[in-house]
Design a protein around this ligand. Structure first.
Ligand SMILES: NC(=O)c1ccc[n+]([C@@H]2O[C@H](COP(=O)([O-])OP(=O)(O)OC[C@H]3O[C@@H](n4cnc5c(N)ncnc54)[C@H](OP(=O)(O)O)[C@@H]3O)[C@@H](O)[C@H]2O)c1
Length: 274
């Protein structure tokens, strides 16, 4: 028996049970894929949308106001990227479901980016406000993933990326709502990853550290926060939202075809520092 031949036959058997499609020559190439990035008007969502589009995907971004979301998509189109906009509040169950039934079905890549902060400690954060954080972050992602899952399963190909935070596994004192929201998103990522893996759908998360976005406007010029970042973040600086695009392109692409249920931390070393 020729051992080389036997090895080759074994590899063929293994390979035919693996990927659905022949991988493209550039495994990061997203040409022909449709991506939906929730909350893509600015900040992290906008830069992820830009990155996915630059890798070849056609991208749809959402935001609550038509004027601003249209303007963001138009700015990306001016860069030669295929980006469209939809005005949609991701927490509005009826509106999201109606839109999806009409226009949203053909999605290969979903980025659940919308999240909410409410930095009040337990004595000051009433249960209704706590629930709102979970609804805004986790339930809106759950709703969207649930809507795209049948189409992805029918194509046996889909990538869901949830935007969590280092403030999921790590707890900042006095921030119970956000920590629960982001920790819950990681748990949802793991759960849906194992549920959907047999259907060809990968579910992963990105956990950003400190990023310079409008949502952190109050902190960007705060001397105490900046001193903390210099002391605790090994790279001693804020991240720029564009520094998350590579992680999203990777997780969305065939380069990550054997990766699911993972949270990729992008935090300049914050979470591994002793
Ligand atoms: N910045 C950080 O340091 C950091 C760190 C860890 C994790 N994160 C997470 O990363 C994600 C993005 O954060 P960011 O800092 O980029 O936030 P941001 O600057 O506040 O941007 C939020 C985006 O979401 C849109 N949006 C908000 N609510 C929405 C809703 N209900 N429906 C549709 N769109 C909505 C906003 O547009 P409109 O207001 O026009 O709707 C905007 O495009 C969040 O999940 C956040 O928790 C951020």
């Amino acid at each position: 028996m020729d051992p080389g031949n036997t090895f080759q036959q074994a590899m063929v058997r293994i390979n035919t049970g693996g990927m659905n499609d022949k991988p493209p020559s550039n495994p990061f190439d997203l040409s022909g894929r449709h991506a939906f990035v929730t909350g893509g008007v600015r900040g992290i969502g906008l830069e992820i949308a830009r990155g996915l589009a630059a890798a070849g995907a056609s991208v749809l971004i959402s935001g609550r106001e038509k004027g601003t979301v249209d303007a963001s998509a138009a700015a990306l189109r001016d860069e030669g990227l295929a980006v469209e906009a939809v005005a949609l509040d991701m927490t509005d169950d009826q509106a999201v479901t109606d839109w999806f039934e009409g226009y949203g079905q053909d999605i290969h890549i979903l980025v659940n980016n919308v999240g909410m902060r409410d930095r009040r400690g337990t004595p000051d954060l009433p249960p209704e406000a706590f629930s709102r954080l979970l609804d805004f972050g986790i339930t809106s992602a759950y709703r969207m993933t649930r809507l795209v899952q049948p189409g992805m399963a029918a194509r046996k190909n889909g990538a869901v990326i949830n935007i969590t935070s280092v403030a999921g596994p790590l707890a900042r004192p006095g921030d119970p709502g956000y920590t629960a929201e982001k920790g819950g998103m990681s748990a949802l990522t793991r759960s849906q990853a194992v549920e959907f893996a047999p259907m060809g759908i990968r579910v992963n998360a990105i956990a950003p550290g400190f990023f310079a976005t409008e949502a952190n406007a109050e902190w960007l010029d705060d001397a105490e926060v900046n001193a903390f970042i210099e002391r605790r973040v090994p790279m001693q600086r804020w991240g720029q939202p564009s520094e998350l695009a590579g992680a999203a392109v990777f997780l969305a692409s065939d380069a990550a075809s054997y990766i699911t249920g993972q949270t990729l931390t992008v935090d300049a070393g914050l979470s591994v520092r002793m």
